[in-house]
Write a protein that binds this ligand. Structure first.
Ligand code: HEC
Length: 134
């Protein structure tokens, strides 16, 4: 009887640890270094904004949708939460956090460190995302 109890306790601990790990994984953790990173581009420059806009249309809108609502043509095939770029949840992220997510991707979200190889261009996409705020 003692061994049964023993295994039950081990089982409960294992399940607890597993759900804890899954919960942590679900939060997209951004390294501190990126959180406070300064956006080196000028968001007020109209030429810059045009570049950000066209990169977004080409590289992001198929999944995230034209307005960032998470309603692009490929959105239904995606696992994970595409978010809503017009929402406060996404907009409250720092530029550095958005930059990090675009750069590294995760799960079904591609990494853009090679697809948008210029760091400045990735920052310009961040600037464009700011214009999608409600
Ligand atoms: C192939 C589809 C796809 C493309 C293309 C794509 N994403 Fe994503 N994106 C996703 C998925 C799926 C997630 C959710 C990932 C997860 O958490 O598992 C996501 C999550 C995100 C997030 C975090 C959610 C939030 O609201 O903060 C940001 C930011 C983001 N994407 C920005 C971009 C940008 C900018 C581009 C274009 C440079 C882009 N994505 C291109 C699929 C895509």
């Amino acid at each position: 009887m003692k061994t049964v109890k023993y295994f039950m306790i081990i089982g409960i601990i294992a399940i607890g640890a597993l759900s804890f790990t899954l919960a942590i994984q679900d939060e997209w953790v951004v390294p501190a270094k990126y959180k406070t990173m300064k956006n080196p581009t000028d968001a007020k420059d109209s030429e810059n904004m045009a570049i950000g806009k066209s990169l977004y249309a080409k590289q992001c809108s198929s999944c995230h949708g034209k307005k960032g609502w998470g309603d692009g043509s490929k959105a239904k095939e995606m696992k994970g939460d595409l978010g809503d770029f017009s929402s406060n949840t996404t907009q409250k992220a720092t530029d550095g956090e958005l930059y990090y997510k675009i750069t590294t991707g995760r799960n079904d979200m591609p990494a853009f460190d090679k697809k948008i190889a210029s760091e400045d261009d990735r920052w310009l996409v961040v600037n464009y995302m700011r214009t999608l705020a409600k």
